[in-house]
Design a protein around this ligand. Structure first.
Ligand code: NAP
Length: 499
């Protein structure tokens, strides 16, 4: 039965909430070794948020030592697969039982609508943990072909201590994408959430512990990237960094791995995904996909459909349709408002960056078709209305750099060849889409767009069975699907000779 939620319901829950802001190390909440904390304003109204432990290398050392000790003792790694599965399934259940609390924490931190946090982010987080729990007792190792007097076992073994560094745009979902397969494979983890979004990660770890994850298997150290993420990535006793974030920081992570112990890295980085629309397509479907693909989560989505590459003859019609879909379906409002489909941007500095990119796009010759303006400033929060800047060319900064706001740029084209070359003319390769009624062209484009995911006549369809990640400077390694397990395992061969 679904509850009849109201804004007042969430205000009341907030009044009672006492979020935890200390690290979670070796099965317990722990203040930073220095005793330092930091405070961040809430995106929805600019009011001060929760005090968060400001970690540094000392806290990272403690968390890595706890993770290593748990791995060495084998308290999790060597547990019966069925037992491990039950514990992770219980963790998923606890996430569902605490869905309202987790949704509140997520919305307080990142400003997305509370109903999206509840119905999308918390749900997908629990589903992600469950997906990998269910795999635990279904994975087999291999026996390699050999001569008659020998046996060679090819074992898939956990890597050891994984450092997970995550961004603020979908904290619960991306944490689950990393924790699910890493822990299911038998590793220990030290998670460093983004400084903007610590609360849900801390609660997630405590729920895992409550479900039965032994102390030290999952640790969370909060703080700034330079002060906590960097020492984690440079740590000599961390075996792998699973990173999601910007391409800029991803490059630093590769450097830290090389400077320290050649730890392996997996990088899920930025995007500037094209959505190519031909005049022969269903323009209503294309308009809906372009609007939702770009504006959902206020455009703070790595694979957002940020570049609309549209056949010139239908640009104006399509942009009008996008405007109509946006007005009809994508309500921007306070995140506790039940009508909100999109909420606030993450912080003041990001708001200013987005507004600056819009001004720059207009100054370079782009035309504001609608929206893309600061709104609701009387709330004290950071809101930009969804909008389209049309007549953009692909060499403008607004077409090349991630905006990470609800701003779609429209780039007209005249020929199929030109459309493809614009689509691939980017340093990124995370995702892309083509809209056309010509199935031959659909096949050609789905093969030729150089991206980890390509959609045909739709956008942003996904489930756990499909790998997610990028080509080019969008990174390497894949989250989700059975293949994500491989990322957190190594192969070990054991030879045995017999008479
Ligand atoms: P970010 O600035 O790169 O930060 C990501 C994480 O790295 C944060 O936890 C951050 O901590 C940490 N960090 C920053 N500097 C570091 C350093 N020198 N050493 C180690 N860690 C460091 O990215 P963001 O702004 O949080 O997230 C937005 C970006 O993530 C966008 O580019 C988006 O496209 C990308 N993204 C990609 C995917 C994908 O699957 N491909 C998914 C979601 C987001 P602090 O927050 O404390 O600085």
């Amino acid at each position: 039965m679904t509850k009849d939620y109201t804004r007042q319901y969430w205000e009341d829950l907030l009044a009672k909430a006492r979020p935890e802001g200390r690290h979670f190390i070796d099965g317990a909440y722990t203040a930073a070794a220095t005793g330092k904390t930091f405070l961040r304003p809430r995106p929805m109204d600019g009011q001060p948020g929760t005090e968060i432990a400001r970690g540094d290398a000392e806290d990272i050392n403690l968390a890595v030592a706890a993770a290593r000790a748990a791995f060495a003792r084998g308290v999790w790694r060597t547990k019966e697969p069925l037992e491990k599965k039950k514990i992770m399934l219980k963790w998923a259940d606890l996430i569902r039982q605490h869905a309202e609390e987790l949704a509140l924490l997520e919305t307080l931190d990142v400003g997305k609508p509370i109903m999206a946090s509840l119905n999308v982010d918390v749900r997908l987080c629990a589903d992600g943990i469950q997906y990998y729990a269910e795999m635990i007792d279904k994975l087999y190792d291999e026996i390699a072909p050999t001569g008659p007097n020998a046996r060679a076992l090819v074992r898939k073994v956990p890597i050891g201590v994984i450092g997970a560094i995550t961004p603020w745009n979908y904290p619960l979902i991306i944490d689950a994408w990393k924790l699910g397969p890493a822990i299911a494979a038998g590793n220990s983890v030290v998670l460093k959430p983004a400084e903007q979004s610590s609360l849900s990660a801390l609660r997630l770890a405590a729920l895992g512990h409550e479900a039965g994850l032994p102390a030290g298997v999952l640790n969370v150290v909060t703080g700034y990237g330079e002060e906590t993420g960097k020492p984690l990535a440079l740590h000599m006793d961390v075996d792998m960094i699973a990173f999601t974030g910007s391409t800029e920081v991803g490059k630093l992570i590769m450097g830290y791995a090389a400077q320290s112990n050649i730890k392996r890295v997996a990088l899920e980085l930025g995007g500037k995904s094209p959505i190519v629309v031909f005049a022969d397509s269903d323009l209503d479907a294309a308009a809906s996909a372009a609007a939702w693909g770009c504006f959902y989560n206020s455009g703070e989505t790595c694979h957002a459909s940020t570049r609309l590459i549209v056949e010139r003859s239908v640009q104006d019609t399509l942009v009008e349709k996008i405007k109509a879909v946006t007005a009809r379906e994508i309500t921007l409002a306070h995140p506790f408002d039940m009508s909100a489909q999109i909420g606030a941007l993450i912080e003041e500095s990001h708001l200013q960056k987005v507004l600056g990119m819009i001004s720059d796009g207009l100054a370079s010759g782009g035309r504001r078709a609608f929206g893309a303006e600061r709104v609701l400033d009387d709330t004290g929060g950071y809101y930009v209305s969804p909008g389209v800047i049309a007549d953009v060319s692909n060499d403008m900064p607004i077409a090349r750099n991630e905006i990470f706001g609800p701003v779609l740029v429209s780039i007209p084209f005249d020929t199929e060849q030109e459309a493809l070359s614009i689509a691939n003319d980017t340093i990124y390769g995370l995702a892309g889409a083509v809209f056309t009624s010509d199935m031959n062209r659909a096949h050609r484009f789905s093969e030729a767009i150089h991206a980890g995911t390509v959609w045909v006549n739709t956008y942003d369809m996904s489930n756990f069975a499909t790998p997610f990640g990028g080509f080019k400077q969008s990174g390497f390694g894949r989250d989700r699907s059975v293949h994500a397990i491989d990322k957190y395992c190594d192969y070990k061969t054991i030879w045995q000779q017999f008479g």
